[in-house]
Structure formats: C-alpha cells, structure tokens
Write a protein that binds this ligand. Structure first.
Ligand SMILES: NC(=O)C1=CN([C@@H]2O[C@H](COP(=O)(O)OP(=O)(O)OC[C@H]3O[C@@H](n4cnc5c(N)ncnc54)[C@H](O)[C@@H]3O)[C@@H](O)[C@H]2O)C=CC1
Ligand SMILES: C[N+](C)(C)CCCC(=O)O
Length: 504
C-alpha cells in the first residue's frame, strides 16, 4: 500500500518508505518513464533505503519545461496582487502542514526535528515575504524633450531552473521559487538526488493554492538531469546551490546560450572573536556557526579566530558545551545533532579530522563516528561534533570546506592581522565578529571580504535580508528585496508624441 508522504504524524525513525512518484509537472505527480539508473535514497539516521530516485531523461525534462512554459504564459500576465494572493495561500498551507513536512525532511536529511521545523518556517516566511513584494514591482516614468517620454517595465524572465543541494531541501526550493514566482516566472526545480522527497510537497502545495498547472515543476536526477536543464533552450535562468566545482560547470553550460545565472556555492567562513567580547555569547555563536545541520551548512564559520588572551577560557567553554550536544535520533525533540547525509560524506569528514591530526592539530573533543545506543540507529551516519585546536592557516582543515561538524580554532593577536588572515581564502560567503567595541565591529564588517558579516551572532538569515557570496562563493543573491532583480528583466519603452525627426 502506498503511504501518503504527508500522513506522517506519529511515525518514528526507521519506518517510512516512500513509493509515490517524486516528479511533478502538468499539475500532478508523474511516474518515472524508465526504471533505469535508479539510485537508492537512504535514511541517514538508520542507513535504511527510504525510496528509489529515478533520474529524469531528456524527454521528461522537456515535458517539465514545456509544462512550466505554458504556466508562465498565464502567470506572467496576472497582476502582482493576484499572484500575491495565491502565494499567501501557499504560505498558509505550508504553515498548516509544517510538522509533517518537517518530519519527512528529517527522515530524508538526518537533521534534528528542532532544526527542520525552523527550516519549514523560513520557507513559508520566504513565500509570504515575496508575496508581499509581488504587487510592488513597478517601472519608472521618464519625461523626455518635446513631450516624448519613456517608461520601464519590470518583466519576468520565463522558465527558471532551480538546482538544490542536500542540506536544506525544502527551504532551498522555497528560497528559489518564491522570488521567481513573485516576478511572474515559472520554475523547474531539481532537488539533490540524495534528498528527493520534499520538493514535490511544495509543488503540491503551490497547486492547491491555485497556481496555473505546471508553474512549479519537480524533476528528479543528478548531474545528467542537471546538465539537461542547464543546456535546455527553453530555460531563461539557472539558480544553483551547491559546490564550487559543480557551480563552475553550471556557469559554463549556461554561458552557451547566455542564460542568467545565480550561484550559491561553498564557503570557509571566518569568525573573529575579540577579547572584549561577551564570552558566553561568543561561545554560543561559535556553536551556531559550526554545528547546525551536522555542520553541513555553506555559510558556517568554520575558521574560528580567537584573540590569544581569551583562548584558554574560550576553549574550555566551547569544548564543555560541544561535548554535551545530544547526538542521536533526529526525530526526538531533545536531539540537537542528527546524522550526516551519507556514508561517503561521513567518511570524508572523518578523513579530514585524521588529516588535521597528521598536520599537527589537536582534537579537543569529538571527531569520531558515533553509534547511538538505540539499536535501530546502528547503521546511521553519526559522528561526534569536533573541536580542533593547534590549527594553522596552512592546514587542510583550515583551508578546505569540510561540510561536517568540525570547528577549527586559531589564535590571533591584532585586528589588522586577523582581517588579513580571514580574507586569505578563495571563498567569501559569510563572516562573523564578536566584540563589544562598536567601532571595531563595523570596521571589521567593512573589511571582511564576504557577502554577509554577522556582528555578535552567527547564522541568522531572516528572509528580509540578502544572502549570497563574494569571490568563489558565487554571485547573485537570495532573499531580500534585491533578489527581485535576479528574477526579472527591465524593458524600456520609448514613446514619441510628435513627428519623427529623421536624419535621412
Ligand atoms: N551558498 C549556498 O547557499 C550553499 C552552498 N552549498 C554548497 O554545496 C555543497 C554541498 O552540496 P552538494 O549537494 O554536495 O553539492 P553538489 O555540487 O554536489 O550538488 C548540488 C546540486 O547540483 C547537481 N549537479 C551535480 N552535477 C551537476 C551538473 N553537472 N550539472 C547540473 N547540476 C549538477 C546535484 O545533483 C545537486 O542537485 C557544499 O560545497 C556547500 O557549501 C550548500 C548549501 C547552500
Ligand atoms: C539557514 N542557514 C542560514 C543556516 C543556511 C542557509 C544556506 C544553506 O542552504 O546552507
């Protein structure tokens, strides 16, 4: 019997099997055309197969894009207020189904339910926020000589493609689709092949809210399906979230037909903790900067620079708190850290810890695979959160994005020195500073080369503020007013009121 993926309340880890089709276009779930190349999708907390992911081939991608295009023709002609009303309804439905969506997200992603609930809240807030902006889209009127004038129209781009990473499956689908839809576009979304099960819920919710059929489509697949989308002539824009190497490929593919591109890529963000900080907040900030979603967060502040005078107190406190983070069944309310996304990801992160040891870092806590006492979690991809001391800027753990719960702590002496060291990275997604000196805080924020700087907190990303990278962390933004510009184009209309003054 096919369980309904939204009939989950009361379920526990290790019990859900998803058999319903995970593609969505033409206003409904679509069965995969072929069973070839199926990939098992795992429940990270148990290592059990949750479902099969059947990648879409070129005919399916084509169908989805055609379906999105016909919806775009209707949607883009509607008034912003009309679009807003439907988007607000979608936000309301997400709010209503929040706990069930969060539960499925946990089962597929492995993060704690406490975090997943916040993710789903951020998703509906994002849709609500852009619903509010849909009716504000407007052009300018420009008076010209002789009674002539011009006006500008802010128009949709067409069919936009969203490609997501595994760490925030539902939220990233909302972050991309909300501004896209507000501007009058349609979207074809491809989730990560490791987390295919929740994007289709968003598609159903948009449909229930009243969008034209095909406006938000979901195609499943990995790199091959992704490149079909990036090469497709019917696509106007690709918004990509993922790693730097894949981002480069996406940009290259999009360049062939000059598609618009937004790239939200990886990071190795610095967090600067000055001796005049409020230490307890700085410690809490460092934990928030490193351990959300088992450390698999692009904007994490994984290079923690601590001013030498307060290093002993900082380390003592941060290690004390890291050691007591409850790791285990992600569906339990008390759990604060669940399982990493996959066995290969867990092995990769553990290998980074070993490499760090070889290069001279000292493990102050964690860094080992972890087997919870509950027997059903024996096959899960858990590890104990890790703090590394004795780090230097030239170590692998300080230079490369680990994408796991590993914090590298480094001492510094002066502001000038630490800014230079913090900026010495090809990445530039986020950064943070803890200090009580307000001039220093703003000076540091000005001088750090990153798309975001958090002052006296970390990893707070309200939908009202832009999020995105500098340097190799990408370009374009998500969230905030400015993202409207990344999902729309400006037309200038020039109007003559007199006779044509021809030179010929
Ligand atoms: N800046 C941001 O907002 C975020 C960045 N990331 C970054 O993503 C990485 C981890 O996520 P992963 O899912 O492992 O990244 P990934 O780059 O392996 O995959 C991301 C997405 O790209 C697709 N893809 C892979 N090859 C493709 C190709 N040739 N053409 C088109 N699409 C292709 C994948 O199927 C997946 O949907 C980390 O580096 C992390 O920092 C993750 C989350 C947020
Ligand atoms: C939600 N937040 C801010 C912790 C992370 C969002 C970026 C990402 O998708 O990794």
């Amino acid at each position: 019997m096919e369980p309904s993926t939204l009939d989950l309340l009361g379920t526990v880890t290790g019990t859900v099997v998803v058999t319903e089709p995970l593609n969505f276009w033409g206003g409904q779930r679509v069965k995969p055309r072929q069973q070839a190349n199926a990939e098992p999708v795992f429940e990270p907390a148990t290592g059990r197969v949750l479902c099969q992911m059947f990648p879409c081939g070129s005919e399916e991608v084509d169908e989805a894009i055609k379906s999105a295009h016909s919806a775009y023709l209707k949607w883009s002609k509607m008034a912003g207020m009309e679009r807003a009303r439907i988007m607000l309804e979608a936000a309301r439905i997400i709010r209503e189904k929040r706990d069930k969506i969060a539960k499925l997200e946990v089962i597929n992603n492995g993060k704690s339910i406490t975090e997943a609930v916040v993710d789903i809240d951020v998703a509906w807030q994002c849709i609500e926020y852009y619903a509010g902006m849909a009716a504000t889209l407007a052009g300018q009127h420009v008076q010209l000589p002789g009674g002539a004038f011009a006006y500008t129209r802010r128009e949709a781009l067409g069919v936009c493609v969203g490609i997501g990473a595994f760490n925030y499956p539902f939220q990233v689908a909302a972050w991309k689709s909300a501004p896209a839809l507000a501007c009058g576009n349609a979207m074809v979304f491809k989730p990560s092949p490791m987390t295919p099960v929740t994007a289709v819920l968003l598609a159903e919710i948009y449909k229930e809210a009243g969008v034209p059929e095909g406006l938000f489509c979901v195609v499943q697949g990995g790199a091959d399906t992704g490149s079909l989308l990036c090469h497709h002539p019917g696509v106007a824009k690709v918004s990509f979230t993922g790693s730097v190497p894949t981002g480069k490929k996406v940009m290259e593919m999009a360049a062939k037909s000059v598609k618009h591109v937004t790239l939200e890529l990886g990071g190795k963000s610095p967090l600067l903790i000055f001796k005049d900080c409020e230490l307890e907040n700085a410690v809490k900030g460092a934990l928030m900067a490193n351990f959300l979603t088992q450390g698999q967060v692009c904007c994490n502040g994984t290079r923690v620079y601590v001013q030498r005078e307060i290093m002993p107190q900082f380390l003592e406190e941060v290690v004390k708190r890291t050691k007591v983070i409850p790791v285990g069944d992600p569906l339990l309310d008390d759990t604060r850290m669940g399982a990493l996304i996959s066995k290969p990801q867990l092995d990769k992160v553990l290998a980074y810890v070993n490499q760090a040891k070889k290069e001279g870092a000292r493990v102050l806590c964690g860094g080992d695979s972890f087997v919870p006492s509950d027997p059903k979690l024996k096959g899960g991809y858990f590890m104990s959160p890790c703090v590394l001391d004795n780090c230097r800027d030239d170590m692998t753990c300080v230079k490369e994005e680990i994408f796991g719960p590993v914090m590298s702590v480094l001492p510094f002496d002066t502001e000038e020195e630490v800014i230079k060291r913090a900026n010495n990275s090809p990445f530039g997604l986020a950064s943070g500073v803890f200090t009580r000196d307000i001039s220093r805080a703003h000076r540091v924020a000005e001088n750090l080369q990153a798309g975001t700087c958090f002052i006296n907190n970390y990893n707070i990303s309200p939908v009202e503020v832009p999020f995105g990278g500098y340097k190799m962390s990408g370009f374009g933004r998500e969230n905030g007013q400015v993202t409207i510009e990344y999902y729309s184009q400006l037309k200038t209309v020039v109007v003559e009121m007199g006779d044509v003054d021809s030179l010929f």
